[in-house]
Design a protein around this ligand. Structure first.
Ligand SMILES: Cc1cc2nc3c(=O)[nH]c(=O)nc-3n(C[C@H](O)[C@H](O)[C@H](O)COP(=O)(O)OP(=O)(O)OC[C@H]3O[C@@H](n4cnc5c(N)ncnc54)[C@H](O)[C@@H]3O)c2cc1C
Length: 399
């Protein structure tokens, strides 16, 4: 289970960036609550932000490289990590649903170039459709005369929403068909009728921009429909006839991307564990280091055990995705669920170990706890992950 030379080199390289660039900037961007453009530029300059980085890390046939990189980036700072990685949500949607031509056209435009860096956003969630994505209200109507799609609706909680150069928007083409009547659309830079709504102030990952995206008669060319119109028409015809659409394919995509979210949670948990372990050895009360008390040492033992278990689940799921093993037991969900909950628990225990020092902003531990909480909410809440696992292991449609 040793990492190979390439993986070790990647880990050391990304760790260096996390340690020397992200960590010193973390507090500032948490306070400013803005997209950390100088850090994104720095990352692009050394090759950590951009299409090549994504392509190279995802090309690892073991599936581990991206997990290793994400753990290190989130160890540096989860908010900045999300500012760097929010674009990949849109990229993943294009890769999963786009034709090869669409992939070639749009993926490079998500990242831009070193001289002209771009970011992208992926919009599914709506005010009344969070976990229940089948009830999206955003509509896409085809205008045959101009070969354009007209989008109307409001998306909410969108990472990079409204400031992205390119948005991928999931909209309903036939609302009565629920999630099977939906399609994904690229809204390229410069399109009229798309704007940012409210920008949210958040508990954690504050260096990552989160906002509403409002679509008002937003017209995109016909070829912005990912997968193309023929494929969509075929799918809708099959669904109308009562045959199953390939919902399984979408599930498989989500299962495959979940370990990447788990890897980030893992990075936060490791940061808090390492910090509190060092602190427990240094801090003296009653004439001895606090780690000499079982009450503290056992917490650290549990923290380490959960972190290692989370990493194994994340790596297993990522390896399964890379080697195209079927997720028969919701292994992708398991990895995200366990790592997300581990991050919340470990960062909370880290605060406890630091006592009052853990609770104040002069120390990073309270920030790590604030950052950790989102990992039980976005990309499928913990409850939804449990639902997926329970359905997978039982074959019962549990509600
Ligand atoms: C910082 C941030 C960034 C985000 N980025 C994006 C993004 O880039 N793109 C995007 O599309 N979305 C994004 N989201 C949205 C995110 O995915 C949703 O918040 C999430 O899916 C939950 O939806 P909701 O908030 O509407 O909660 P709800 O679905 O209303 O859930 C509320 C509670 O009810 C529970 N619940 C719901 N249904 C069930 C059920 N069947 N069984 C048991 N419990 C249930 C949930 O688990 C949760 O505890 C982001 C959110 C945040 C906060």
């Amino acid at each position: 289970m040793d990492l190979n030379d390439d993986q070790t080199t990647l880990q050391e390289w990304v760790h260096g960036f996390a340690l020397n660039v992200m960590r010193p900037a973390a507090h500032e961007w948490d306070e400013r609550e803005e997209t950390p453009w100088p850090i994104i530029e720095e990352a692009a300059k050394i090759g950590i932000y951009g299409m090549d980085f994504m392509a190279n890390t995802y090309a690892d046939p073991t599936g581990l490289s991206m997990m290793i990189a994400l753990e290190e980036l989130a160890w540096g700072d989860a908010g900045i990590c999300m500012a760097l990685m929010g674009t990949t949500l849109a990229v993943a949607a294009i890769m999963a649903n786009g034709t090869p031509e669409q992939q070639m056209t749009w993926v490079p435009q998500c990242y831009g170039t070193l001289e002209d860096i771009k970011i992208a956003a992926f919009g599914v969630s709506e005010p009344d459709a969070g976990s229940d994505v089948s009830s999206l209200r955003t509509r896409a109507v085809y205008d045959a005369a101009s070969d354009e799609w007209v989008l109307n609706g409001t998306k909410t909680w969108i990472t990079n929403g409204g400031i992205a150069n390119l948005h991928v928007i999931v909209a309903s083409v036939e609302p009565e068909l629920g999630s099977r009547g939906q399609a994904s659309f690229v809204v390229p830079e410069g399109t009229r009728g798309i704007r940012m709504g409210q920008k949210f102030t958040k508990m954690g990952i504050r260096a990552s921009h989160t906002a509403e995206v409002v679509l008002e008669d937003c017209r995109v060319p016909g070829d912005c429909l990912l997968g193309g119109k023929d494929k969509l028409d075929e799918k809708l015809a099959r669904v109308r006839e009562g045959k199953k659409a390939s919902g399984q394919a979408a599930m498989a995509t989500f299962e495959a991307t979940r370990p990447a979210v788990g890897a980030q949670a893992l990075g936060i948990a490791r940061a808090a564990y390492e910090y509190s372990l060092d602190y427990a050895k240094e801090r003296k009360q009653f004439g001895r280091a606090i780690i000499e008390n079982q009450g503290i040492a056992f917490k650290l033992a549990d923290m380490k055990m959960h972190i290692d278990a989370a990493r194994l689940l994340v790596w297993r799921a990522s390896w399964m995705a890379a080697t195209r093993k079927p997720f028969l037991n919701g292994e992708g969900s398991m990895s995200k669920l366990f790592a997300g909950e581990t991050a919340v628990k470990v960062t909370e225990e880290a605060i406890q170990i630091l006592g009052g020092y853990g609770y104040v902003r002069d120390y990073p531990v309270e920030r790590w706890h604030r950052d950790s909480k989102i990992y039980t909410i976005f990309e499928g809440t913990s409850e939804i992950q449990r639902l997926i696992i329970a359905r997978a292991i039982s074959g019962v449609h549990i509600k």
